[in-house]
Ligand binder design. Structure first.
Ligand SMILES: Nc1ncnc2c1ncn2[C@@H]1O[C@H](COP(=O)(O)OP(=O)(O)OP(=O)(O)O)[C@@H](O)[C@H]1O
Ligand SMILES: Cc1ncsc1CCO
Ligand SMILES: [Mg+2]
Length: 281
């Protein structure tokens, strides 16, 4: 079922506008190319509306935000909204500083965000300030596991309703929900948290899948789940290639290669997820 979403990206080759951080920008561009999409990075207020207008989707990542890029994000987001383009928000480090928390909240308040993709501590910090982020990484105390999974289903459903977005929380178990349904995804590998940017890459990948799904009138929630499974499977494939002297630099390259070589069939075969529907409760 999810493989068709990768095919959709290959067939439509969406152009994605990214206003993102300067730590992982090159990895974000490369993972978009790896999945068959195209990246363009542009953050000056004088051009963001024009760039958004030639693209199909937009990623806003606040990883190294500043007053100029915050204004650019609002301008680009409003243009994307006018054109009915999907917008993915990555609230990097929300909870780590008031500027990050307030900016992410402002973007959610002012723009019709399609997907908020963050780690669990970032999303909790934004929902009610109830988490302590570990800089840009999740706090171990917030971790989603098999015992608290239903609490997280209910948390993400409520947040999805309140914000009118899809909520996509990454971690060892990913939880992705809209107001009706949720996916729990169990692909991935612990090495993914030993490189910087696995989350940033996942956000731009999500933008590519959602943009393709919108063009082909497919489910946006399933598109997000497909992007998350692609990333998780790529992490598993990359980990299986690690040699004795390999470290996080090789892992990063193997991860990109695994996305480059991913097929719809591989995605369907290796995807590990649970889908729950809330319509009965
Ligand atoms: N322990 C783990 N086991 C399996 N997969 C993991 C693990 N930790 C992270 N991942 C995967 O890594 C990817 C990035 O998720 P993560 O929650 O680490 O993002 P992040 O904290 O925003 O990362 P960054 O800010 O460094 O870009 C997701 O695909 C997630 O499923
Ligand atoms: C390390 C880091 N600092 C700001 S953005 C970023 C990339 C991972 O989110
Ligand atoms: Mg992150």
């Amino acid at each position: 079922m999810l493989g068709q979403y990768l095919e959709g990206v290959h067939e439509t080759a969406p152009l994605i506008h990214n206003i993102t951080n300067y730590v992982t920008v090159n990895d974000c561009a490369n993972i978009l190319l790896a999945c068959g999409a195209s990246p363009i990075m542009a953050d000056d207020q004088a051009e963001v509306e024009a760039i958004t207008a030639i693209c199909g989707g937009l990623t806003l990542n606040i990883g190294t935000l500043n007053s100029n890029t915050i204004a650019s994000m609002i301008l680009a987001g409003k243009k994307a909204a006018q054109l009915d383009h999907p917008i993915v928000l990555d609230p990097v480090g929300a909870g780590a500083s008031p500027l990050r928390t307030q900016t992410a909240a402002e973007l959610i308040g002012k723009l019709p965000i399609t997907v908020v993709r963050g780690n669990v501590s970032e999303i909790k910090a934004l929902s009610d300030g109830s988490s302590l982020t570990h800089g840009v990484d999740a706090n171990a105390a917030d971790k989603v596991n098999d015992d608290n999974l239903w609490e997280y289903f209910s948390f993400t459903k409520k947040l999805a309703e309140a914000w009118g977005t899809i909520i996509a929380i990454s971690g060892e178990i990913d939880v992705i929900a809209n107001k009706d349904k949720a996916f729990a995804i169990k692909n991935g590998h612990p090495l993914m948290s030993r490189i910087t940017g696995s989350g940033c890459m996942l956000s731009v990948l999500t933008a590519a899948y959602v943009t393709a799904a919108k063009k082909t009138q497919n489910s946006l929630l399933e598109a997000v789940a497909a992007a998350f499974c692609t990333m998780g499977i790529a992490g598993e494939v990359a980990a299986s290639r690690m040699g004795e002297m390999d470290g996080n630099a090789s892992f990063r390259n193997y991860l990109l290669d695994a996305v480059f070589n991913m097929t719809a069939e591989e995605l369907d075969t290796k995807a590990k997820y649970e889908l729950v529907s809330y319509t009965d409760d």
